[in-house]
Write a protein that binds this ligand. Structure first.
Ligand code: GLN
Length: 477
């Protein structure tokens, strides 16, 4: 049995001392992947490859030329391109597809000697909030196997929750990192839109898509962000802003006092589970006792969060997913009789009902007769939400809100009604619609022992401050 480590820094210390090896780390995580296979968090575990790489990295550590992530065992959501490994976005339509190159984030992890241990299950094309919408079956929450882990990055959240890896990368288009992090009792960061290159991330809704990071401590997340963020010639939308030394700033300025706003509407929301409201209230009390200012403000635009997000995300998805046509790669229907039926049957058989629903909805809101009523209207509302959110940051450092309206729900509970499922994203889509960074922070449990997550949102490119405050909140008592 390996001892448990609070931070990756402690692991690195022992690796340097020679009291721990990468082989032991990889074996430890592999044994958890095996003993918890019923959770269905991994679509593939790269057992031999990870062990071979561990030998190589151990060697580098001995020689003193190892990278900054030497010994960091990482898992990747099945939407990230990892050269010569399968990439399916948990969809039948990408059956047999093998990635041809490393996405930028993946390449940067490898360049710093991280060890990639496998590929995580998720909702098909990252569309979902429970990980029940995967061609490979649902993922189970390790705390209670009758409950969902959240989605769409459910497998990545459970991989960290069940200690199958140290860190995992997911994607957050409307909450898919922060919501499952909350359901699983771990941390989940969605940085500012454009902070991390999207090169090699399977596109869902390109103006929202963001790679996010799961971990159990803020230091680990800060280190990974430091490595993978920043400019990239392969993504013209990525920011050129310099990447700060996040790991250093967490530890400095520790006595800083913040001004924090909460949106009254979030705490008064009718669907909010009372224990989550209590957890938010007691965290606010603790923050006040620690000398921070916490104030409620009105933000009536909250009722537009979900409609704006679901119109725009579906519109972008309908365009992005048009490339899966059976011609170039992945699944092709064997039942086709001519070209037109090949397209139709491939897409009808290859995509699940939920993905088809999004494509149809997106095509509808982009159609010439409805474009102005839905798509362009939603774009305008998005701009207003962003502007009003930015105004809050003129007066406050952060917005604090629940990460989710409820704790992890039961498998099957929301499958019948898509709108009920979409409501799980009520609080998380705000940061994506506005483009700003957010982090989900574990904050106690409900009566049944299910984790509660609170979310802290900051202004564009304020990850330094956000991570500093998240670390402070992890240590509130
Ligand atoms: N649950 C949301 C959706 O289905 C968010 C997904 C995501 O962030 N990838 O669109």
């Amino acid at each position: 049995m390996m001892r448990s480590y609070a931070t990756f820094r402690d692991i690195q210390h022992d690796l340097q001392q020679g009291t721990l090896s990468c082989i032991e780390l990889v074996q430890h995580h592999l044994s958890n992947i095996k003993s918890k296979a019923h959770l269905n968090a991994f679509l593939s575990a790269y057992e031999q490859e990870a062990l071979d790489r561990a030998v190589e990295v151990d060697q580098k550590i001995k020689q003193g030329n190892a990278g900054r992530l030497a010994g960091l065992v990482v898992a990747l959501k099945d939407v990230l391109s990892h050269e010569q490994h399968p990439l399916q976005a948990s969809s039948k339509i990408l059956d047999g597809f093998i990635a041809q190159y490393n996405g930028t984030a993946v390449q940067r992890l490898l360049d710093e000697d991280a060890i990639i241990i496998g590929r995580n299950n998720c909702d098909e094309f990252a569309m979902g909030s429970s990980n029940e919408n995967s061609a490979f079956g649902p993922v189970l929450n390790d705390i209670d196997n009758s409950r969902v882990p959240g989605g769409s990055s459910g497998g990545s959240a459970v991989a960290v929750q069940a200690d199958m890896c140290r860190i995992s990368l997911g994607s957050d288009t409307g909450g898919s990192v922060r919501q499952p992090a909350a359901f699983c009792g771990i941390l989940g960061l969605k940085p500012t839109y454009s902070r991390i290159s999207r090169y090699g991330l399977a596109a869902y809704a390109s103006s929202f898509d963001c790679i996010g990071i799961f971990g159990t401590c803020v230091q680990d997340i800060a280190l990974v962000l430091e490595v993978i963020a920043g400019k990239d010639d392969y993504d013209s939308t990525v920011s050129n802003q310099a990447v700060p030394a996040y790991t250093i700033s967490i530890n400095s300025a520790s006595a800083k006092k913040y001004k924090i706003a909460y949106l009254n509407e979030t705490l008064e929301s009718p669907g909010l589970q009372p224990e989550i409201k209590d957890a938010a209230a007691s965290t606010m009390d603790k923050l006040r006792s620690a000398g921070h200012e916490v104030e409620g403000i009105d933000f009536p635009l909250i009722e537009y969060f979900l409609p704006t997000y679901y119109i725009l995300a579906a519109a972008e998805a309908s365009s992005n997913l048009s490339r899966y046509d059976g011609v170039r790669y992945g699944y092709r229907s064997p039942n086709a009789t001519d070209l037109h039926s090949m397209y139709k049957k491939t897409r009808s058989e290859g995509f699940s009902k939920e993905v088809q629903r999004r494509i149809l909805l997106g095509t509808f809101v982009l159609s010439s007769s409805y474009y102005d009523a839905y798509y362009s209207q939603a774009q305008k509302v998005r701009r207003i939400i962003r502007n009003k959110t930015k105004e809050i940051f003129e007066r406050y450092d952060f917005i604090l809100m629940p990460a989710t309206p409820t704790t992890a729900f039961k498998l099957g509970e929301h499958i019948a009604d898509p709108i009920e499922m979409y409501l799980a994203d009520l609080f998380s889509v705000h940061a994506n619609v506005a483009g700003v960074p957010g982090i989900s922070i574990p904050c106690g449990t409900d009566k049944e022992g299910l984790p509660i997550g609170l979310q802290l949102i900051a202004d564009d490119f304020e990850e330094e401050k956000l991570l500093h405050a998240a670390d402070m909140m992890m240590n509130l008592n």
